[in-house]
Design a protein around this ligand. Sequence first.
Ligand code: C2O
Ligand code: CU
Length: 602
Amino acid sequence: MSTSALIALDLLVAVLVTAAWLAAAGVVAAGRRGRLAPVLLAGALALTVARAASALLLAGRGWWFAQEKLVLAVPLLLAAAGYAAARTLPALLRGGAPGAPAMPLFMAAFSAAVGPVVTMVIGYPVGLSGALVALALVGAAGLVTARATNVRIPAAAVALTVLFGLVGGGLAVRPTPGHAHGGDHLASSALRGPATPAPGGAVRRYDLTAQTATLTLPSGRRVDAWTFNGTVPGPPVAARQGDLLEVHLRNRDITPGVTLHWHGYDVPAGEDGVPGVTQDAVTPGGEFVYRFRADQVGTYWYHTHEVSDRGVKLGLYGSFVVYPRAAQSAGLDLALPVHTLAGATLVGDTDQPVERRVAPGTPVRLRLTDTDDTPRRFALAGVAYRLVAVDGNDLNAPGELTSVTLRLPAGGRYDLAFTMPVGPVTLVLNGDTAIVRLNPDGAATPDARSWPELDLLGYGSPAPTPFGPDDRFDRDLSMVLDRGLSLSGGLQHAFTINGRAFPDVPTQVVAEGDLVRMTVVNRGTATHPWHLHGHRVLVLSRDGRGPTGTPLLLDTFDVRPGEVWQVAFRADNPGVWMNHCHNLSHADKGMMAHLAYRGFEP
Ligand code: C2O
Ligand code: CU
């Protein structure tokens, strides 16, 4: 069984056991004669055992999947259930419900409820304050029930409930330890790019003006958008390796402000476009010039990082491709950012299928980019092709692919390459929507819905890497991703890292030169496309198994529910970097952290 299925099963058992204890309590409180009460009690006890078993099974998948269950929920349930059985069983066996007290059964039910409530509300990790508040809630529920059923309330019960509530609540609202400041800190904003291209390179200038616009899409649909230069996506930014990029950003009327983030590109920190960290957002009338060298080839993209959830969705993004220095053989090379704009699917700048005539024998490269919040499923039909690069990084010995589905994480890029055959070639989105047609000639859209998903961890061939799973790591960062509550700015639903939502997530500190291992665990039910700025990470393992094929260097990797990823990177790009979920609505609700080099302040 997969970890996510186990998580769901455990939650189901937790809810059932609560219901069973509640039912037993209700029947006993109603004083019903007969065998119903003992049967319900037996059922509740059986589910209690099942609950302990499911939590233990889950713990086998990793401590972080079961921590709050093992330290709080299950012990509390076992204690309350044992007590309730001891208090009620003799009377139930003798004469049925009328002779038995209902209160212990109610307390067992409230204790059972701690499991699902704590899992859904607090998540990982549950600390002392969460545990005390949970106990106070159980106590409070007991007090209310005792009053309602005219049971004498011991003074100690009241005192303990109040004490737990006060201490637990007090600990919870205590301010979180701030970012450790001290000594002289440097600002990331000072780390700017060079002013000249590499020898032989050119200077590439771009002017991007952020502005609102009403677009008419090729389908005739009209959409209010936020644009660069009046188009969605913004103008493609391109360079050859060694060129200097000089991008002049202006803001005409995007009220919350705008920046340019070069997604996946390891620019100097001061060019990274993160408002409040590497620069101030550019407000209407303002401007900012980005300057950096195009050292890495490959497919990237740019987008605003100010109110990025809203800004990117509304259109503030574009493709960014760096070509090798040597001129490519003439062919078809398409950058295809795929985006959902007001419900329409945009491929490049059109909401209609892209059609091209291509002479057979022509080399073709399709550069797919997922600019949405969720993964996209692509399939290429009509030709055997290779997935030659992921996130701008070439794969080693990628084999030929036919009839497979490529699942592209939010923010990620896939480069597909092939030689144009004689017949039509179709790029299909989500199994049945043709988005690119090469030489269509009336061909029907292939049905790719049943094509199996390619697992990148088994694609291509192994090759040496600068470091690997057996190295000694200077630093270990672990991030347990979940949903939970945020206390900053009022109690809110949040997406959390180690139980905290940004800005309360402690800054992750590394030193320049460190070899850093990052473990990312998904305890929740949503996929989290993980994205670290300024570095590409090498995949060490997923659920304990390393890649058997090509080494994978990524800047965005999907951590699906129940998965545990280990990745590593060399800390070789000083500054302060965002480390966040690229489902930007999750990032907006707290799933972000700062990764700071020692000596730099966020
Ligand atoms: Cu494309 Cu911080 O993100
Ligand atoms: Cu997420």
